[in-house]
Design a protein around this ligand. Structure first.
Ligand code: GCW
Length: 694
């Protein structure tokens, strides 16, 4: 459906499609009277596409919120009682240009901005305010994004599948593009624009060269035409070896003039079809993908070649730092730093290096990547993973804002205290002109977009934090719950409480005390025993290092010394096992089973307690959800209740797998206060093997 107005979903039977843009009728009578006072007209002098979208959205929203079709006029003149879009001359930097102000001025609500995008974002902010039934009197909002490029990365493939996607197939229908343009693209754009997201990479970083073909550029252009109306630029992931595989050249050496000419021509071709094309995202020399190192060149050589091709245009190169070699003696933790820090200062100004939040791979909890702060001459962008690859797919409820915030607020100490990761990526620490934050999308073709209804909150939270990383996880959860699930305060409180604790609960049964699990294999199932793989760092045992002496990865001077990649103040937090906060303990230390921890328990006992309390707390989450039941749509209630049952079962599965497996090393009983698992290790292994069977 092109707009929700044409086909509203009945509130008592919500299928989740409308996300946080439900525009449910205002129920507070006094508020409704006030809103009607500003509903005589919407004045939009601009003829632009983006303000046109803002106008349409506001009309749709008001129609549903207060039941009135508000007419559009071009100028307010002396009229009062309406909403006025006011576009001002641009003065500030790129980010400032996208900000907006909303305030009452002589009897109207005025949304002013320095760009059409600003007007659109202001309109969505006003609608958010109204959906929450807040008064307009004394309304004064002034908001500017802190980061310039706020993007989603889709890991979507040409065949309609999504790498690490858990909500159906891709929403991009390559086989029917460009002729048929699915109306869903517009609703996708609306949802993103409502958060201030202004860029999207359509395809997987494990990229197909096909996207550089004329045929696919035409398909991409059809999507770009829709996204553009909502201020979203379209980007593509590139296959580094495309000059060879698609262009028929002898190789793809970034310093070869023929290769450079191929890219320059390709870029010109793209811009002819998509004049506002955003640029490229590149995964190179990582997990088997081709890259400049295949020709003895560096990441900088590769990125700069693409930057040169993009030179005549506005587009940028986003080069990923997710690299690690298959070296059995190395610590994967250190790999990105080792490869990238020496290149600081060598990248073209059009290049942004995109760094995953942690040094390994989107684990439920990781220390921040040591790259942040250590490349002062190179703009570093943040890559978060919204899709729940390591967070229980679409079965477990894990609210991610606390994870994002934890990383953003970490102090790198590179310029003294307060040099947070947020200040690195928003440019304030090193004065980067181009700043970026990206989220690996969790959207798919499921009717409710994200599979798990509560996973919508993760898309929402990413977008809100991309705009303003100072918002709190709690504020965002409260906002989202109110917009999406219920306006009833008590029920909202239960849900927010559950969301805020959900990540710690998950960590409790999944990776307590700083364990990690980036192993290959079933990927959603516990397999801590997995010790064979194509590479050593694709096994579970590589990461947890359990043995008869203890558990955990020694990254101090007596081990891999990965800690040396951080500033001394950061090292001081983590290099002494007696002082390391328990959530990070096993990230940095191999700890003996009987060591007494700060909690007063031994490592083994603490581990058991955390695994149990994590799994048990899922029942607590179920109770919170139950308490909100009467204020929830029946379909959404039932969907989440069902998924929580799965989560409870799988939480016990994880608990038992870790516990029974690690017990073969610790050789200690489960503490007396806990009821031991009612199955054997062999039985748990069998239950996992079912998922490996053909
Ligand atoms: O998290 C890992 C995933 C891969 C992914 C890779 C990456 C797109 O398991 O599926 O590939 O990271 O980020 O490149």
């Amino acid at each position: 459906m092109a707009t929700f107005a044409s086909n509203p979903t009945a509130p008592e039977d919500d299928d989740g499609y409308r996300l946080w843009l439900r525009y449910e009728p205002v129920t507070n009578a006094a508020i409704k009277v006030e809103y009607l006072k500003y509903a005589s007209f919407i004045a939009n002098t601009e003829k632009g596409e983006i303000t046109g979208s803002a106008l349409k959205e506001l009309q749709t929203g008001l129609k549903q919120l207060i039941g009135k079709r508000v007419p559009a006029i071009t100028t307010a003149g002396s009229r009062t009682g309406g909403v006025v879009f006011s576009l001002k001359p641009a003065t500030g930097d790129s980010a400032a240009k996208e900000g907006y102000q909303i305030q009452p001025v002589s009897g109207n609500i005025v949304i002013s901005a320095q760009s059409e995008r600003g007007i659109l974002y202001g309109t969505f902010a006003l609608l958010r305010h109204m959906q929450m039934q807040q008064p307009l009197k004394n309304l004064r909002i002034s908001s500017t994004p802190k980061i310039r490029y706020r993007m989603l990365n889709h890991w979507d493939n040409t065949d309609g599948t999504i790498e690490r996607g858990y909500a159906g197939g891709s929403i991009w229908k390559w086989y029917e593009l460009p002729e048929r343009v699915d109306p869903r693209y517009e609703d996708y754009a609306r949802a993103n624009a409502s958060l201030g997201i202004n860029g999207t990479v359509l395809n997987n970083v494990n990229a197909s060269a096909r996207f550089m073909s004329q045929e696919y550029i035409g398909k991409v252009a059809a999507i770009a035409n829709v996204l553009r109306k909502y201020g979203i630029k379209t980007y593509l992931s590139v296959y580094f070896a495309a000059p060879k595989t698609l262009g028929g050249l002898a190789g793809s050496d970034p310093l070869d003039p023929n290769v450079r000419a191929w890219w320059a021509d390709k870029v010109a071709e793209i811009y002819k079809t998509i004049p506002d094309f955003g640029g490229f995202l590149v995964k190179a020399n990582s997990e088997g993908e081709p890259g400049p190192q295949d020709y003895g060149r560096t990441h900088a050589d590769g990125a700069n070649m693409l930057a040169a091709a993009l030179k005549p245009y506005d587009g940028i190169v986003v080069w990923r730092a997710f690299v690690y070699k298959a070296d059995p003696d190395a610590d994967r933790f250190k790999a990105a730093y080792e490869e990238f820090v020496p290149l600081d200062g060598q990248f073209d100004p059009k290049v942004i290096v995109q760094v995953k939040n942690g040094p390994i791979d989107f684990q439920p909890r990781e220390p921040f990547s040591p790259l942040f702060g250590n490349m002062p001459k190179t703009p570093l962008g943040m890559e978060f993973q919204i899709t729940q690859e390591y967070l229980g797919f679409a079965a477990h409820a894990v609210y991610e804002a606390p994870l994002f915030k934890e990383c953003l607020e970490s102090d790198t100490w590179v310029n003294g205290q307060g040099s947070t990761v947020a200040k690195v990526i928003d440019g304030s620490l090193h004065g980067y002109e181009r700043t970026l934050i990206a989220g690996v999308a969790n959207t798919g073709s499921d009717r409710n977009w994200t599979g798990h209804p509560l996973a919508q909150a993760n898309w929402y939270a990413f977008g809100r934090l991309a705009w303003d990383h100072q918002l709190s996880a709690e504020q965002i959860a409260a906002e989202w719950t109110q917009l999406t699930l219920t306006r009833q305060i008590k029920s909202r409180e239960h849900i927010v409480k559950m969301m805020l604790r959900s990540r710690e609960i998950y960590i409790g049964y999944n990776t307590p005390l700083g364990l990690s699990r980036p192993w290959m294999g079933v990927h959603f199932a516990p397999e801590p025993w997995q010790s064979r793989g194509a590479r050593p760092d694709w096994t579970a045992t590589y990461y947890h290092r359990a043995d008869s002496a203890g558990l955990g990865f020694d990254r101090t001077t007596s081990g891999s010394n990965a800690l040396s990649q951080y500033r001394p103040q950061v090292q001081a937090q983590w290099n002494d096992p007696d002082k390391t906060p328990l959530p990070y303990l096993l990230w940095f230390h191999h700890v003996s089973w009987n060591k007494k921890l700060g909690s007063g328990r031994t490592l083994w006992d603490e581990l058991c307690h955390r695994l149990y309390s994590g799994a048990d707390s899922v029942s607590w989450m179920q109770q919170q959800w139950e308490l909100a039941r009467n204020d929830l749509d029946t379909r959404v209630y039932a969907d989440v209740a069902g998924r929580l049952k799965v989560q409870r079962r799988e939480a016990i599965w994880w608990r038992d797998a870790w516990l029974l497996y690690l017990q073969t090393f610790s050789r200690q009983p489960v503490p007396a206060s806990l009821t031991p698992p009612d199955r054997t290790l062999e039985e748990v292994k069998k239950s996992v093997n079912i998922y490996l069977m053909r």
